[in-house]
Design a protein around this ligand. Structure first.
Ligand SMILES: NC(=O)c1ccc[n+]([C@@H]2O[C@H](COP(=O)([O-])OP(=O)(O)OC[C@H]3O[C@@H](n4cnc5c(N)ncnc54)[C@H](O)[C@@H]3O)[C@@H](O)[C@H]2O)c1
Length: 334
């Protein structure tokens, strides 16, 4: 019997060492990969493979899935969480078994949120700009200590919980709100009864909830009006959770003291691109980037060696389980 074979698409330089590591740990499996994305044309590169490993924002269309199915391949492992770009009807039609990596490193995201929040509280960008320009005076760039803040965490799932621990490590008072309370956190008395309670008490408000329709623009003019003056708003979760124009109005009026964002409403096609020699496509985003009390990163909270390793290893592990006819650890159920 010939060796089982896995073909991986869109492997980046930073992923290659982890692919090599997985191959070393599984010498009996044949692993091949390309830096190209999976589409109806590149599907043929996987010919002879038993399963594919993928990660892309590009759609997994009916034609792409059919091209794989025509090669006898219907086991696909995503190295990321999101499955919105998969044609579900086609996946069902061609009998695809799909896995994703729902949890790869909550710390990567929580830590990023904490670092950026602390930076905004200390006016790090303003100080950095002064230092770069040769202005080494202290005033008026005075910081706020994290331990003096009440940090309000909305969503106490995988990432929210780690963020709470980190902020407590700084000495902050942490309060939380979730539609489904975690019993341990509940016993420790973290939860407030309503979002309004959280808005009324928190100096820093950090979102760690999913982008489901009910949560779209949960931060808007109305919710900001209920927040304390000089609030810092943190969104490293998903762009649509925040009405960006409302936050900009808050920043302009001075009500909002700082804004941390790693995700943005219109980020697809803008983030993870080099705009240095091209016309910048989004005036509102350009304005946000220029503001010294806004800490913007292009959806890089997840981008750590630890997280990338987990995304690669878990995806290959899942794929192997499926092609060996076993149950995958994190199957996607449509
Ligand atoms: N920036 C990045 O690189 C990055 C990477 C991974 C995940 N994320 C995002 O981080 C967010 C949190 O991820 P997670 O893994 O912790 O999710 P999770 O599913 O573990 O936790 C989400 C929590 O939010 C709660 N929730 C949902 N709607 C709510 C609401 N309206 N009010 C209060 N609580 C609500 C849920 O009950 C759950 O406890 C997601 O939006 C995810 O997409 C961002």
């Amino acid at each position: 019997m010939s060796a089982l074979k896995i073909f991986a698409y869109a492997i980046r330089e930073d992923e290659k060492p982890f692919v090599a590591q997985w191959q070393e740990d599984h010498p009996e499996i044949e692993v091949q990969f390309t830096d190209q994305l999976l589409n109806e044309d590149t599907a043929k590169l996987a010919q002879g493979a038993d399963g594919v490993v993928v990660f892309q924002q590009l759609e997994y269309t009916q034609k792409t899935l059919k091209a794989l199915a025509d090669l006898g391949i219907n086991k696909m492992s995503l190295r990321n969480v999101g499955v919105d770009n998969i044609d579900q009807a086609a996946a069902k039609k061609y009998n695809f078994q799909i896995t994703n990596v729902p949890v790869y490193s909550p710390n990567a995201i929580a830590e990023h949120a904490a670092i950026q929040t602390a930076n905004v509280l200390r006016q790090a960008t303003v100080m950095e700009q002064k230092v770069q320009a040769g202005d080494l005076r202290w005033a008026p760039t005075i910081g706020r200590e994290v331990r003096d803040q009440v940090v309000g965490v909305i969503g106490t799932g995988h990432i929210g919980q780690v963020f709470m621990k980190i902020m407590e490590g700084f000495g902050a008072k942490v309060i939380a709100y979730d539609l489904f309370r975690n019993p341990d956190l509940e016993a420790k008395g973290y939860y407030v009864d309503s979002l309004d309670d959280l808005y009324a008490q928190a100096d820093v408000i950090s979102l760690h909830v999913p982008d489901v329709p009910a949560n779209v623009h949960m931060i808007n003019d109305e919710s900001i009006a209920k927040m304390k003056d000089d609030v810092v708003i943190v969104n490293v979760s998903r762009g649509p959770l925040v009405d960006t124009d409302a936050v900009i109005r808050g920043l302009d009026s001075g009500k909002v003291a700082g804004f941390v964002l790693d995700t943005y409403e219109n980020e697809v096609g803008i983030f993870n691109n080099d705009w240095r020699k091209k016309e910048f496509p989004d005036a509102r985003l350009a304005d946000l980037i220029k503001r010294p009390n806004v800490a913007l990163t292009p959806h890089t909270a997840f981008y750590t060696t630890h997280a990338v390793e987990q995304m690669v290893i878990q995806a290959f592990d899942n794929n192997l389980l499926m092609i060996e006819g076993k149950e995958a650890k994190t199957p996607v159920k449509f």
